[in-house]
Design a protein around this ligand. Structure first.
Ligand SMILES: NC(=O)c1ccc[n+]([C@@H]2O[C@H](COP(=O)([O-])OP(=O)(O)OC[C@H]3O[C@@H](n4cnc5c(N)ncnc54)[C@H](OP(=O)(O)O)[C@@H]3O)[C@@H](O)[C@H]2O)c1
Length: 285
């Protein structure tokens, strides 16, 4: 299949490039730069907010959209509304205009109408936009991804080197980490499926971890069996973030704190029909 991949230079995208090529797909990657592209893919330069998408669609059977941000940078126009919603709208409009029927779209677990975080609300707006347009889609909503250098797990690893680790709230929020390699393989196989179109799948790994347990798991992998945790009251964290989130180097935004305080788990196992044995969280973060 001729696949147009957006967000291919990112953490998930790099694994998806490789999986698509391994499955024999003809892959074009729309990206702002060539870094992280493997030699087997075709680089299509452009900023997804402004590039003319029509010439790309003329050579595409299926679009895979991985573009997303975890933190806004209004000064450069990288806002949640633009990067999640407006960019998706541009893509699907161009698909419809050019008769490209199929879209695999990366959303996120927790996406729902009326979500607390702007990250999730704009992901929801993007999902609604896809449903309103005449394209066949598979929407994937994974929990936290791990493996091969996830920035979230790198942050946990760095914090696990501190004498005492500050945790927002009581650390009981549940997560269901899922392997990046599993999601990449899933996406590559979905490209040729004839089922599943029109569906939205939530994707969680084989085990649920509280935030405390995630930190302890990572610390243990570093040889630190006893990890002193300091639970910072959420109200205090939110107040600090309200004042500090726009300062360079401030560790967390209000939106991220909001998400860290919401359970991120699912009972949806439909994706196991394709990836029968999801990879458990071990020591590759
Ligand atoms: N990582 C997770 O744990 C996780 C969990 C759930 C859902 N997701 C979702 O999965 C998707 C991929 O996440 P990720 O972790 O791979 O994020 P990432 O590493 O930050 O990658 C984001 C990608 O979007 C591209 N992008 C951003 N702005 C762009 C622009 N203006 N024009 C063209 N490309 C642009 C980036 O390109 P540049 O290289 O040019 O910046 C990069 O390729 C996102 O939709 C995210 O919300 C991720």
């Amino acid at each position: 299949m001729r696949v147009l991949l957006t967000g291919g230079t990112g953490y998930v995208g790099q694994a998806v490039q490789k999986a698509l090529v391994l499955h024999g797909h003809d892959v074009s990657v729309l990206a702002r730069h060539k870094r992280n592209l493997i030699p087997e893919v075709l680089f299509e330069p452009g900023d997804i907010r402004s590039v003319d998408l029509n010439p790309l669609m003329a050579r595409t059977d299926t679009v895979i959209n991985l573009v997303g941000i975890i933190e806004e940078h209004p000064a450069t126009g990288q806002t949640f509304d633009t990067m999640h919603y407006k960019v998706t709208k541009r893509l699907v409009e161009s698909m419809v205009q050019n008769g490209v029927k199929r879209l695999i779209h990366m959303s996120a677990l927790g996406t729902r109408p009326g979500a607390q975080s702007r990250y999730h609300r704009t992901k929801w707006k993007a999902e609604e936009c896809i449903h309103d347009m005449n394209v066949e889609s598979i929407i994937l909503r994974p929990s936290l991804l791990f493996g091969g250098g996830s920035s979230f797990f790198i942050m946990i690893k760095n914090q696990c080197r501190l004498p005492v680790v500050p945790i927002p709230g009581d650390g009981s929020t549940l997560f269901q980490p899922v392997a990046r390699s599993d999601v990449a393989e899933l996406i590559a196989r979905l490209v040729t499926t004839e089922q599943s179109w029109g569906q939205t799948w939530e994707i969680g790994g084989p085990k649920r971890f509280s935030l405390n347990a995630l930190y302890r798991h990572v610390a243990a992998s570093m040889g630190r069996q006893h990890l002193p945790l300091f639970h910072v009251p959420l109200a205090l964290m939110f107040t600090a973030a309200r004042f500090g989130e726009n300062l360079p180097g401030f560790p967390v935004t209000i939106d991220q704190l909001t998400m860290l305080n919401e359970p991120n788990v699912t009972d949806d196992t439909r994706w196991h029909e394709i990836i029968a044995e999801p990879t458990p969280l071990a020591n590759d973060f």
